[in-house]
Design a protein. Structure first.
Length: 366
């Protein structure tokens, strides 16, 4: 038995595509789901026979995994039959408030112990603009039902910088999220991705500008931290020790295996992925190499996403003088907290993390 592994399973089906979403998904039909699950279980069995490492986190994402219904039981049974799943494993499944229903009972019976619920907003008009299929009341009822089933680790999604939004509408959304009393909140600034409904009608969207989006982000950070949520990663907040153990693997460079179309993996320093092709996966699932993982530049980039920051001596060895000067300037500007060799980003720094990382990597040869 060696170091535990994270396992990601992709369920690429949705009843409809949200207007902002560019995650890989296909339209749901029970027949296609059944065929897909057969191929998926075949890959789980194959990997389980090749990798002799225990699993300590499982994350079933999508798409809309709650469309699995009672099949969540057979899926997790298949994983447990083919991998050694540790007794204390974190098992997360994403759930859509409009398709949860009996799924919550099946998920609980299957051993799921963490839910990630796609709430996004507490305003019905905003949810319609986003193309969501649920209402705010649906979201509240889903959380209530989940509590009734015994789930005590619930994460909700919150979106920022939405069309027609301002600090007042954001405060209303935050108050709604807080009323649900989740253990974890993931908060994302809306990004207009190519080939989405929003990208095609961009000019008609009344979106906040970059300064307004930044103001919303900082307002949200302060509000959630005041209410007992630890801002442990750029987009993630947790009460107590309820950080997402699975997602932490991505940021600290632990190994993980992803199975399903568009799922990515990093094992033993090698990155690879399955193409974004449902039928290809069903007919002949193959992975594509994606280079090396774990470089110094990658460790810096991922580590600075976390509030705990990074130890630069593990990135550079001896920290170059030009990097020290840059850090000093960034600290004076309020973007970095430094106690060399350790640095971390402030909330303001997290807003421009890509620029800061680029600055720290410039002219450096690792």
């Amino acid at each position: 038995m060696t170091n535990p592994l994270g396992l990601y399973i992709h369920i690429p089906f949705c009843e409809r595509k949200c207007n902002y979403c560019d995650f890989y998904s296909a339209f749901y039909s029970k027949k296609t789901l059944d065929v897909y699950l057969s191929a998926l279980k075949g890959e789980i069995k194959k990997w389980g026979g090749n990798i002799h490492r225990p699993i300590d986190t499982i994350y079933i994402g999508g798409g809309t995994p709650s469309l699995l219904g009672e099949e969540i039981v057979s899926l997790l049974d298949c994983i447990k039959e083919n991998f050694t799943v540790l007794n204390n494993a974190e098992i997360t499944v994403e759930a859509n408030p409009s398709s949860s229903g009996d799924f919550l009972s099946f998920a609980k019976a299957a051993g799921v112990n963490r839910l990630s619920i796609g709430v996004q907003s507490g305003c019905d008009d905003t949810l319609k603009i986003l193309g969501r299929t649920h209402t705010a009341d649906d979201a509240a009822q889903t959380v209530k039902m989940a509590r009734g089933k015994g789930f005590d680790n619930i994460s909700v999604d919150l979106m920022l910088a939405l069309p027609d939004s301002n600090l007042q509408t954001l405060k209303s959304d935050i108050d709604f999220m807080l009323s649900l009393n989740p253990e974890h909140i993931s908060a994302y600034i809306l990004k207009i991705e190519q080939n989405t409904v929003f990208s095609k009608k961009y000019d008609s969207l009344n979106l906040p500008d970059d300064d307004e989006a930044a103001e919303q982000y900082l307002f949200m950070c302060e509000a959630l931290q005041k209410n007992g949520y630890n801002h442990y990663e750029i987009s993630n907040f947790a009460k107590g020790d309820n950080q997402s153990r699975h997602n932490m693997k991505y940021w600290i460079g632990d190994d993980y295996l992803g199975i399903g179309p568009a799922a990515h993996s990093c094992l033993d320093g090698k990155r690879f992925y399955y193409p974004r092709d449902l039928q290809g996966f069903i007919k002949n699932p193959q992975t594509v190499p994606d280079g090396e993982g774990g470089s110094a530049a990658e460790r810096l980039m991922l580590g600075l996403r976390l509030s705990q920051g990074v130890d630069l001596s593990q990135i550079y060895g001896e920290i170059p003088e030009d990097i020290k000067k840059k850090i000093n300037l960034l600290e004076k500007a309020g973007y970095i907290k430094a106690n060399l060799p350790h640095i971390s980003l402030t909330n303001s720094g997290m807003l421009i993390s890509n620029s800061i990382i680029t600055e720290l990597l410039e002219n450096e040869n690792f």
